[in-house]
Design a protein. Sequence first.
Length: 103
Amino acid sequence: MSRRLQLVLIVITLALVLAGCAAEANPAQGQPAPDGEVAGFWLGLWQGLIIPVTFIISLFDDDVNIYEVFNNGNWYNFGFVLGVMIILGGSHGSGRAARGRRA
């Protein structure tokens, strides 16, 4: 296989992978869940904090999800990402690890 053909196949594969990761609109955003509630910042923060446990449970139970689709949009997303960063260390943890290797 020629080098040019390999490069073309790699580019096509990467384009397909990236296209598969494209985000789309959440049709349930702003809609109340079956219990009548719409998840906001505080629930997003809580769900971000408990993501390690929720992820493990979601592997074995189809009724458990790590992300609430019935949310109010940006504030829920902000809370969720903030919670994940807090529990997983955010950028502070990686910076501390890098400084430890230099010393």
